[in-house]
Design a protein around this ligand. Sequence first.
Ligand SMILES: CC(C)(COP(=O)(O)OP(=O)(O)OC[C@H]1O[C@@H](n2cnc3c(N)ncnc32)[C@H](O)[C@@H]1OP(=O)(O)O)[C@@H](O)C(=O)NCCC(=O)NCCS
Length: 188
Amino acid sequence: MSSPDSDEKYLVRAIRAEEWPAVKALRLRALRDPIAHLAFLETYEDAAAKPDSFWQERAAKASTGETGVRQFVAQGPDGEWVGSVTVLLEEAGTTDWAGFPVERRQGHLVGVYVRPEHRGCGLTEVLFDEAVQWAWAIGVERIRLIVHEDNGRAQRFYRRVGFLPTGRTVPLAGKPGETELEYALERP
Ligand SMILES: CC(C)(COP(=O)(O)OP(=O)(O)OC[C@H]1O[C@@H](n2cnc3c(N)ncnc32)[C@H](O)[C@@H]1OP(=O)(O)O)[C@@H](O)C(=O)NCCC(=O)NCCS
């Protein structure tokens, strides 16, 4: 657990299974973001239609990390959830969601979101650091993420914390002409 050096009002930590209503609420909030169409593959309508059992299962799986998934959140001073990132463990020799082979044991960061009023203050770095440190601790060789080519703010943030474009691109299913870029951080 850690707090941004510049501002002690936040707490960054892994989620607990029983917190599934907060997992759901923050995800739905993220999917209402003005750039959600660039940031996330899922739509608000699809997520909102999912039953409670979906969110319960998602939170339970992502709470311990034992299933190769761990979700981290940032809490504000009143305890409200203001940001999140999830690490997926991808084993070498498997195939990823886009059908590409996974060559090395790696972490994949997904669901990156910080509420607008908490952006640009250093919180996102601390949230990322928690996720990255956990991924190194479970022995991955690299950490990657996928970002839309038009999501300039996210790309700039990723570069600032050390992620670099790998040159790999992923065409967006159902959105002809749109491309996502792979960024990665190599193990130090
Ligand atoms: C992506 C996100 C987590 C980044 O966190 P953040 O707190 O906004 O990041 P920061 O403000 O610390 O850094 C963003 C950088 O982009 C710059 N920036 C701001 N708006 C920008 C824009 N429209 N285009 C390009 N750069 C922009 C900032 O000035 C800052 O630059 P700096 O590194 O020189 O200071 C957050 O913006 C967010 O939740 N966005 C919506 C969801 C999303 O896009 N998720 C990523 C999916 S891959």
